[in-house]
Write a protein that binds this ligand. Structure first.
Ligand SMILES: [Zn+2]
Length: 114
């Protein structure tokens, strides 16, 4: 990030599709950020029920106690999908797509083109 001229301290929000170690492993490098995700995902991380969940959620990724911002209710539609609007710009949505994990979500981002 520094090589690209981006100050890591300017990162305010991280939006998680899910918390498997290959996605959450870098959270520890941004302890000041708000980490946005679906409640079912945090619940699955906190109480893994299967051997795969116990393997795929590395609790070491969360020892810095991330500043979770949790969502559960879909209050809007994004095309035909139930969607959870996120409270910052650019306009973004969590789109529940449970399956890969209990709380897996897609992320839709308004790109300003349409
Ligand atoms: Zn995964």
């Amino acid at each position: 990030m520094k090589q690209l001229g981006i100050n890591p301290g300017d990162v305010k929000h991280i939006v998680m599709t899910h918390l498997h170690f290959d996605h959450a492993g870098g959270l520890v490098d941004f302890p000041w950020t708000q980490v946005h995700l679906h409640k079912k995902e945090l619940d699955a991380k906190n109480k893994p029920k299967t051997w795969l969940e116990r393997f795929a959620y590395d609790q070491a990724d969360f020892t810095h106690h991330p500043n979770w911002v949790i969502y559960e209710l879909c209050t809007e539609k994004w095309f035909e999908f139930d969607a959870i609007p996120l409270p910052f710009e650019p306009k973004m949505y969590l789109i529940p797509l449970f399956g890969h994990t209990s709380g897996h979500c897609g992320v839709a981002i308004q790109d300003g083109l349409g």
